[in-house]
Design a protein around this ligand. Structure first.
Ligand SMILES: Cc1cc2nc3c(=O)[nH]c(=O)nc-3n(C[C@H](O)[C@H](O)[C@H](O)COP(=O)(O)O)c2cc1C
Length: 225
C-alpha cells in the first residue's frame, strides 16, 4: 500500500559532482553537489544562491565538474559541511557548516591545471568536465534560495582505465562506479559506503542497518533538538 508522505528531501539517488571554481583572489574553491541533470553537451546544476560556488560561477562563468568514483567518498565527506563563503549564512550555521578557504587541503585532494578554464581539476577524480556557464535561471518558488545554472561542457578528460579497449571515445559503464547521494547518504555499487556529515547536518534519522542506528531501540538520536 502506498502512503502520502512529506519527505524532507527528494534526492532519490544522483551522482555526486565536485565543482571547482575560481575565487576572486584567483584561489580555487571546491563544493560537492548532486542536483544535476545532463542533456547532450550541457547540464543544469541546482545550487544554493548563497554558496561561494554560485557567486564564482556568476562572476567568472567557468568551472570544472569533477566526478568522483565511490572510492573518494571520504574526501567528499570532508568537504560536506564547509563553505568558501567567509561569512557563513545562518541556514548553514544551523547545520554546522564552517568557513574553509583551502578546500583542496581540507579534503586531501590535489589540484591539476585545466586546459580551457581557470579553475583547476581534481587529480584524484577519474572524470573532469571543463564547462562554461550559458545562463543562470531562478528556480522553484520565489525566494527558494536556489538557482539553476545552465552549463556547457567544453572539454572532457577521462581516466584511461574507464575507456573501452580499442574505442578511445567510449566509456565502459561496467568500469565506472560513480559516488551516489541517496537522500543524504553515500552509496556506491548499491551499498552504503560511509557515514555522512551532510546527513548529520540535516538531522536525518540514522540508517536502520547502520551499526550506530538507534531509532529501532527508541533511544534519542545524536542530533535531535
Ligand atoms: C553529497 C553532497 C551533495 C550536495 N548537493 C548539493 C546540491 O545539489 N546543491 C547545492 O546547492 N548544495 C549541495 N550540497 C551542499 C554544498 O556542498 C554546500 O552548500 C557547500 O557549502 C557549498 O560550498 P561553497 O559555499 O564553498 O560553494 C551538497 C553537499 C554534499 C556533501
Amino acid at each position: 500500500m502506498h502512503r502520502t508522505v512529506q519527505p524532507r528531501v527528494l534526492y532519490f539517488g544522483t551522482p555526486v559532482v565536485v565543482i571547482s571554481t575560481a575565487n576572486d583572489d584567483g584561489s580555487a574553491n571546491l563544493a560537492p553537489m548532486s542536483s544535476v541533470w545532463w542533456v547532450g553537451r550541457s547540464c543544469m546544476l541546482g545550487l544554493d544562491e548563497t554558496s561561494r560556488t554560485t557567486a564564482n560561477l556568476a562572476r567568472t562563468g567557468e568551472c570544472v565538474l569533477n566526478l568522483p568514483s565511490s572510492g573518494l567518498v571520504g574526501a567528499v565527506d570532508r568537504l560536506a559541511l564547509l563553505t568558501g563563503t567567509p561569512v557563513v549564512p545562518e541556514h548553514k550555521k544551523r547545520k554546522g557548516y564552517r568557513y574553509e578557504p583551502d578546500k583542496f587541503g581540507a579534503a586531501g585532494l590535489t589540484p591539476l591545471p585545466s586546459e580551457t578554464v581557470a579553475p583547476p581539476r581534481i587529480a584524484e577524480c577519474p572524470v573532469h568536465l571543463e564547462a562554461v556557464v550559458e545562463r543562470i535561471h531562478p528556480f522553484a518558488e520565489e525566494d527558494s534560495g536556489v538557482v539553476a545554472v545552465d552549463a556547457r561542457i567544453v572539454r572532457v578528460h577521462v581516466e584511461e582505465e574507464l575507456l573501452v579497449p580499442g574505442r578511445p571515445h567510449h566509456l565502459d559503464a561496467d568500469r565506472w562506479d560513480p559516488l551516489i547521494m541517496k537522500f543524504c547518504e553515500f552509496y556506491g555499487g548499491g551499498r552504503n559506503l560511509h557515514p555522512s556529515a551532510l546527513a548529520r547536518g540535516w538531522d536525518m534519522p540514522p540508517r536502520r542497518t547502520a551499526p550506530e542506528a538507534s531509532w529501532n531501540a527508541g533511544t534519542p538520536q545524536p542530533n535531535s533538538p
